[in-house]
Write a protein of this length. Structure first.
Length: 268
């Protein structure tokens, strides 16, 4: 199964971001991808945290969800829509949600980011809990590939990457990590964390990132990549918009798990 991880440098205008995502998704489809994964906040990287509140959507309704559904159907792709803000009962907070669509345009899964990023090194300060409400449930879905195999897809978002217990709970074949890692934390930890999650779970990891300097002056790390179950990087791209492609193979997954049956040895 060919998989595409899509890197973007999203700005403050939603329609411009959707237009950019559409072009990249079309490239992925033209290169034979079955699954394409957009980065966290592909639809907006605002000037203020509260900009997310202005574009929040309700389940099944809204221009961002319509875009994802239409793109999946028109391109014949499984699309995981990075993240978009979804409404909550608290008007001052949204969920940071990753929605997955099948090639008919149907939403087959929704995952709300559980772990909310907080970081302060004296120069940069972030606290997602100011405007985000955390999710509570781990989420997977099954993808029936044209190669005749079915893959269990595990959903996560960015800061979740630092919590290995979530990934073990997913029990997935392919772990998705749409992200907007800061340049500072990404430079230090991004690759080692992604490769660790692949090795620990003997699973493929598909990580789509924001990568570059944004209109709001924030700089994200990028380095979107696809990692195999042995921890080897199959493909990656440093900065700037890009479509990164690699092959996910069920036989490679099964061989790695047979060779090193660590998942069956877990006792906790």
């Amino acid at each position: 199964m060919k998989v595409a991880t899509i890197q973007m440098v999203s700005g403050t205008n939603v329609q411009s971001n959707l237009d950019a995502a559409e072009q990249l998704l079309a490239q992925a489809a033209a290169q034979g991808a079955e699954l394409a994964v957009l980065p966290e906040y592909f639809c907006i990287m605002g000037c203020k945290d509260t900009d997310k509140l202005k574009i929040q959507e309700t389940p099944g309704a809204g221009p961002i969800q319509d875009f994802l559904s239409d793109a999946a159907r028109d391109l014949g792709l499984w699309i995981v829509g990075g993240t978009l803000p979804m409404v909550t009962a608290d008007a001052s907070r949204v969920r940071n949600s990753s929605l997955s669509f099948d090639p008919t345009g149907r939403c087959v899964a929704r995952y709300d980011k559980i772990h909310l990023f907080r970081f302060d090194n004296g120069r940069e300060s972030y606290d997602e809990s100011r405007v985000l409400e955390p999710g509570t449930q781990a989420v997977t879905f099954d993808l029936a590939s044209m190669d005749g195999s079915t893959y269990r897809i595990g959903l996560s978002i960015c800061y979740d990457l630092r919590f290995p217990e979530l990934y073990r709970k997913l029990g997935a074949d392919v772990l998705l990590v749409p992200s907007a890692f800061t340049f500072t934390t990404g430079q230090a930890h991004w690759e080692v964390l992604l490769r660790s999650r692949a090795i620990e779970n003997l699973a493929y990891v598909v990580a789509s990132a924001q990568g570059g300097v944004h209109e709001n002056t924030r700089r994200t790390w990028g380095h979107s990549m696809i990692v195999d179950p042995w921890g080897q990087i199959l493909a990656q791209h440093d900065e700037g918009p890009a479509v990164i492609m690699a092959e996910v193979l069920k036989e490679t997954l099964q061989a790695a798990r047979a060779r090193l049956p660590a998942l069956s040895h877990a006792v906790l």
